[in-house]
Design a protein around this ligand. Structure first.
Ligand SMILES: Cc1ncc(COP(=O)(O)O)c(C=O)c1O
Length: 404
């Protein structure tokens, strides 16, 4: 357990008294950041290998992002979607260039992007004059916490207290292409999947499963929604992980890395889906405001001027570092990932390792009980990777020693 300063204790006490207690937070209060480092109230540095759950893509206090946000704040922050501003269409056109999907709806989070995809999947079928509402989703999939996204999220722990959820959602095993083919029918509005599951334990979709999705959608007309909120926008070293698998989404949900820390979500649509949209169909007061779009433009500028290649070349360094650590710790039973998204499967619960890492100044997190997840900023370098390996090795060693 961490020791906390008086200031930190005050912050935690006030949080416990006044903030709705839905987060089991680690007892650390961060006050500032720089690159891949965060600093707590005592000035202690932490190596950030979780980046706000895949959000701080450019690291902390990125000079261009900070300057652009400050300049935008001093010029114009928000106008609503009652009027045009020059940045929204600019970001949308860059997303089109990266994804091949011609139209964007802007919102403020990943779950809102998924909601927009679910709504416009239904909207498409409504426009065809043969409404469909059923959705096929995957076991271990995570798509967000609002009612629609929650309805296609698998883990009962998130769902059970909030029912009834949307009807007509079928979950199939992530590794069962035949079950997927059987589940998709002429009543299916859409199939939704993360091309690489994040919360579910950093599990890339297998090629055979991707092919089953494509076949089933072609055979029945069902749309395919790629949830690239966590694995997309360059995190795996390519613009979108769905393309690696040969998937051709009709709709795509984006968030997290896009704003580098400023809340931005985006739903992307193919021409045929976009053609069904009419004025008034959907909206968001804040969606795509100037601040959000300025941040997204900086992120997309960086991504397309060398950062994507940097992520692609950093992935193998992280894998090699994790393999070196795994060779010393038999509790590691698997390593999965690409670019700057990695999962380390343990033969036991991962929470004690996360805590031991925090004690040593390394931020990682646990997902799917037995998986250590690492989502460093895209700018992570080889020295950071080496330092992570030393700290991770020490944390695993401490947990092993405690057991003896
Ligand atoms: C794949 C995926 N979809 C959707 C979401 C929801 O995003 P947000 O928390 O921004 O609403 C997440 C968040 O972890 C995610 O990983």
């Amino acid at each position: 357990m961490m020791t906390t300063t008086q200031t930190a204790r005050d912050v935690i006490g006030l949080d416990n008294a006044h903030v709705l207690q839905t987060y089991r937070r680690a007892p650390v209060v961060f006050e500032r950041g720089n690159g891949c480092r965060l600093y707590d109230a005592t000035g202690r540095a932490y190596l950030d290998f979780i980046s706000g759950i895949g959000v701080s893509s450019l690291g902390h206090a990125h000079p261009r992002l900070s300057a652009a946000i400050a300049a935008q704040a001093a010029t114009l922050l928000h106008t609503s979607n009652l009027y045009y501003h020059p940045l929204q269409s600019e970001v949308a056109s860059r997303l089109t260039a990266l994804s091949g999907l011609p139209r964007t709806f802007f919102c403020n989070s990943g779950t809102e992007a998924v909601e927009a995809c679910l709504k416009f999947a239904r909207r498409y079928w409504h426009a065809q004059g043969s409404p469909r509402s059923e959705i096929v989703a995957l076991e271990r999939g995570f798509h967000g916490r609002t009612m629609g996204s929650l309805s296609v999220t698998w883990d009962d722990h998130y769902r059970a207290p909030f029912g009834p959820l949307l009807e007509g959602v079928t979950f199939v095993s992530q590794n069962d292409p035949d079950a997927l083919r059987r589940a998709v029918s002429s009543r299916t509005a859409a199939v939704i999947a993360e091309p690489l599951q994040g919360e579910g334990g950093v599990r890339p979709l297998e090629q055979a499963m991707a092919e089953a999705i494509t076949d089933a959608c072609e055979a029945t007309g069902a749309l395919f929604i790629a949830d690239e909120v966590q694995c997309g926008l360059g995190r795996t070293g390519v613009p979108f992980h769905s393309a690696t698998l040969g998937l051709r989404p009709d709709l795509m949900a984006l968030g997290k890395a896009l704003g580098g820390g400023v809340p931005v979500g985006a739903a992307l649509f193919s021409d045929r889906v976009a053609a069904s949209a009419a004025f008034g169909d959907h909206g968001s007061t804040y969606g795509g405001n100037l601040l959000a779009c300025r941040a997204a433009m900086v992120f997309l500028d960086e991504l397309t001027s060398g950062l994507l290649e940097h992520v692609a070349s950093t992935g193998p360094l992280i894998r090699a570092a994790l393999e070196r650590v795994a060779a010393r710790h038999p509790m590691i039973t698997g390593i999965r990932g690409a670019g700057v998204i990695w999962g380390v499967e343990l033969d036991r619960p991962a929470a004690p390792v996360v805590e031991a890492a925090l004690d040593r100044g390394l931020l990682i997190n646990r997902t799917a009980d037995t998986v250590i997840r690492m989502l460093p900023p895209y700018i992570v370098d080889s020295a950071d990777v080496d330092q992570m390996a030393v700290m991770f090795d020490a944390a695993l060693g401490a947990v092993t020693a405690e057991e003896k």
